[in-house]
Design a protein around this ligand. Structure first.
Ligand code: 5CA
Length: 445
């Protein structure tokens, strides 16, 4: 993409309404525009990151054996009357009437609708286990929408629902989600710690939230600092192997880590003092096991191997897809702007032409742009007639992890400069070497 032909309305001034760094940088980098309280348009740069995040979420869900579908944003109120949540949900639910005066709502979550799909089509234990998920917009009329996409009213969520024949199978599904989430967040460059939490309006007995530590986080968290060193890394986990999956979950949930809702001071005090941490965190996901809460009230049953009819065992599992942009920026930025991890960056590399109009510099930039494209790497090429300083400031603000700087002086020596946004370290090399290096960096991503 050439900057001269792109739509990236970068702001010079700090927007007054933004209280936290991620919101400020998302507005300044021209990623989002607010349309109403907690409701945003996704401008092209923001959309690219949102799409990258969705792609990673899809890949990791499919890897875990979960199946994508797509349910609507609007739902009939009657479904929610069956579960009893239509009245319980209160003012957070946006209620709408259609022209026939039928009561509808903009879905804040989809337990009822997925249970309706299940009961219409599945009746036997032979069709289980089954986990269906979608990535869809949600609406919750939050009392205090704030911090940009962090606490929106309209927001994008991945929500998945498992259906199992018994509790042991459902707990395996819960564990499978936990492991797939750990991998998902790590691919985004995040450390998200599973913490025992409270189940709130979703209900159920077992639930973990995934928290990214950040001073601006809305939740107070208590944990053993050793938990922050745990990594899934590149290990292969067989998602069908209950013991293996459970062992990973045990590794990640044995050390003390809880939100304020479930905090236990006595257990916390038992941790060696130097490892006792109280901090703040951003909740980027939550998994729930709630057994037959919805299947019983909505009549979703299966016939088991011995011929008896039982309500299906369920759980639901959510990732805050749009919130993740804010969380990643909170975790990865400096005073010049965003620093995208390679896994989610809107463009893998930026090209800055120091002297637009100089025949050699223009030709070298074009050459780099095409060579990268041939390797399926779409560079953001700043081809504007702008001062070098302004081009650097924009690149630093939008946070591409790598920048290739091209100027007549370097070219006279046959080199361009490759700079890491994270470390600020620059290296001179031949243009072909820069392309090869970028290709190598992104090969495993
Ligand atoms: N049905 C369950 C799981 S599928 C559910 O709705 N869970 S949830 O309420 O915990 O939401 C899942 C995730 O969505 C949260 O962990 C959070 O990351 C994100 N989320 C929730 N509310 C908002 C909001 N107002 N703005 C942005 N993201 C949100």
């Amino acid at each position: 993409m050439r900057v001269s032909r792109y739509f990236m309305p970068v702001l010079k001034e700090n927007p007054a309404e933004a209280q936290i760094v991620s919101h400020r940088y998302m507005l300044r980098a021209g990623m989002i525009k607010q349309q109403a309280a907690g409701i945003y348009s996704w401008l092209p740069l923001g959309l690219r990151v949102l799409n990258r995040i969705q792609q990673i979420v899809h890949e990791e869900q499919v890897r875990a054996g979960h199946i994508p579908l797509l349910m609507p944003t609007l739902q009939p109120a009657d479904l929610w009357r069956e579960s009893g949540r239509y009245d319980d949900y209160g003012q957070e639910m946006l209620r709408i009437k259609d022209r026939q005066d039928r009561e509808m709502l903009y879905g804040p979550t989809n337990e009822e609708m997925i249970t309706d799909i299940f009961r219409a089509h599945v009746g036997s234990y032979k069709d289980l286990p089954l986990t269906l998920y979608h990535i869809q917009w949600k609406f919750r009329d939050e009392m205090r929408p704030r911090f940009g996409v962090m606490r929106g009213r309209e927001f994008l969520m991945k929500d998945g629902y498992n259906f199992d024949v018994d509790k042991a199978a459902a707990l395996h599904a819960y564990n499978r989600h936990m492991v797939s989430y750990l991998r998902t967040y790590e691919r985004m460059g995040l450390t998200a710690i599973p913490m025992r939490a409270d189940s709130g309006p979703i209900g159920g007995e077992d639930t973990h939230e995934f928290l990214v530590l950040a001073a601006t986080g809305e939740s107070e968290v208590f944990f053993d600092s050793a938990v922050t060193d745990l990594r899934l890394g590149s290990r292969e986990v067989d998602y069908d192997n209950r013991e293996d999956v459970a062992a990973v979950c045990k590794e990640f949930t044995t050390l003390y880590a809880r939100t304020d809702e479930t905090h236990d001071q006595a257990l916390f005090d038992a941790i060696p003092e130097e490892r006792r941490k109280v901090a703040r965190g951003i909740e980027v996901g939550q998994i729930f096991y709630f057994g037959t809460k919805y299947s019983e009230s909505m009549g979703a049953t299966v016939v088991t191997a011995d011929g008896s009819k039982v309500p299906v065992e369920m759980g639901s599992h959510g990732i805050g897809v749009s919130r993740l942009l804010g969380a990643i920026i909170e975790a990865s930025h400096d005073d010049k702007g965003i620093i995208w991890p390679e896994g989610v960056t809107p463009f893998p590399v930026g090209i800055v032409n120091l002297k637009q109009g100089d025949a050699a510099a223009d030709a070298a930039c074009e050459g780099l742009y095409k060579a990268l494209k041939a390797k399926s790497l779409e560079a953001l090429y700043d081809d504007r007639e702008e001062r070098a300083g302004a081009k650097f400031a924009t690149m630093d603000l939008i946070g591409l992890p790598w920048r290739i700087t091209v100027g007549p002086r370097g070219l006279a020596n046959g080199v361009v400069e490759l700079t890491s946004r994270r470390t600020g370290v620059s290296e001179e090399m031949a243009p072909e070497a820069a392309v090869a290096r970028i290709a190598e960096i992104y090969a495993g991503i």
